[in-house]
Design a protein around this ligand. Structure first.
Ligand SMILES: NC(=O)c1ccc[n+]([C@@H]2O[C@H](COP(=O)([O-])OP(=O)(O)OC[C@H]3O[C@@H](n4cnc5c(N)ncnc54)[C@H](OP(=O)(O)O)[C@@H]3O)[C@@H](O)[C@H]2O)c1
Length: 332
């Protein structure tokens, strides 16, 4: 079988295809044949050696946080799975963030997620991001009344999931995108208002869309030197949630800007799924809630872009360009 491996950290070219023997299940293992493999930023961080939990990946390492597939073989003691059954693999359930860029992989029976037959396997390969969106929106709004959520970078993989889940939770959604050709996507995902932050001053449009109040939750993964601008557009008691800072942290003057808005009682929160790193029941429950949400049809991941497994490097180049609309996948 084929598997992607890296032997050193670096650019997309370090993602090499290897022919390796198909693994043989131990008594409690399930061999999962991949159908669709999600590609996301955690894989880029593994590839570049910048993932904070990198010690979990001895070389050669295989990236990949999630795959949907079917059961190809089971160990002698496996009771809950049968050959041919649709399943979902989250490497987060395995205590690491890798191993899914492969035609097949072994998963202990108690770490595998069964999928309902009605759930499309391409949609299921999005579950990681829908689970993050669900957890982020619910946990970060605890005790807060949410009317409007702003999703920045809304056309990307996480942004798409956040827009759809926020709508499913009954919130009004403002989406920001960096290019006009991404607008239609965010509108189709259900955003009530889509703004191009590169070509217009979003302030007046946010004020108009919120009757001058501002947004209750601002969800941000880029951050960077202009992050303080978000504070001006938050409603009283509003919250800025960072779920990454790919553009770097803001300058120290950010704290002065925060203080300028003191009378709005704003808060700032970091969110990471790693808060549940050692809590497998909580992780399983979250994934199962995301499965239920997707199966109900309340969220419906768009088709995204598929690359053959062998072209994992091209998939990473597109992801890092920021030009992809929706999610990127590998087809084994
Ligand atoms: N905290 C957690 O638990 C957690 C879990 C999963 C993922 N994440 C994070 O979520 C973020 C988004 O991941 P993703 O897979 O959805 O990525 P993605 O599909 O590439 O989306 C990222 C979006 O960010 C925007 N962006 C703004 N400036 C950018 C720049 N300089 N370079 C690239 N993109 C830029 C782009 O949209 P525009 O150009 O339209 O702005 C792009 O669509 C990542 O930082 C990832 O680490 C966090």
């Amino acid at each position: 079988m084929k598997r992607i491996e890296i032997e050193r950290f670096g650019g997309p070219e370090v993602l090499q295809v290897r022919d390796v023997p198909a693994p043989v299940p131990g008594p409690c293992d399930v061999l999962v044949r991949a159908h669709s493999i999600g590609v996301g930023w955690p894989d880029v961080y593994v590839r570049t050696g910048t993932y904070p939990w990198q010690h979990l990946f001895p070389m050669p390492a295989t990236p990949g946080v999630e795959m949907s597939g079917t059961v190809a073989a089971i160990g002698s003691d496996v009771k809950r799975f049968a050959v041919g059954q649709p399943v979902y693999v989250s490497s987060g359930m395995l205590g690491m963030r890798g191993g899914c860029y492969a035609q097949a992989r072994l998963v202990p029976e108690d770490r595998l997620i069964a999928l309902p037959p009605e759930l499309n396997l391409d949609s299921a390969a999005n579950l990681a991001y829908y689970q993050v969106a669900l957890a982020l929106l619910e946990e970060c709004s605890r005790g807060q009344t949410i009317s409007t959520v702003l999703v920045s970078g809304a056309s990307g993989g996480m942004g798409t999931a956040l827009v759809q889940v926020a709508k499913a939770l009954g919130h009004r959604v403002i989406a920001t995108v960096g290019h006009d050709d991404k607008r239609a996507h965010s509108e189709a995902m259900g955003a009530d208002c889509v703004l191009n932050y590169r070509t217009s001053d979003c302030g007046p449009a946010i004020a108009a869309a919120t009757h001058g109040r501002g947004v209750d939750l601002w969800l941000e993964a880029y951050a960077g030197e202009n992050l303080a601008d978000a504070l001006a557009h938050l409603a009283p008691w509003g919250k800025l949630v960072l779920y990454n800072a790919t553009g770097g942290h803001p300058p120290a003057s950010f704290f002065d800007a925060w203080r300028t808005h003191m009378a709005k009682c704003l808060s700032i929160q970091y969110f990471s799924m790693h808060v549940w790193e050692d809590d497998l029941p909580a992780r399983r429950a979250l994934i199962q809630r995301a499965v239920a949400l997707m199966s109900s049809g309340k969220v419906s991941p768009p088709a995204g872009r598929h690359f053959p497994l062998e072209q994992a490097g091209d998939a990473h180049r597109l992801l890092e360009s920021g030009r992809q609309v929706g999610r990127i996948f590998l087809r084994p």
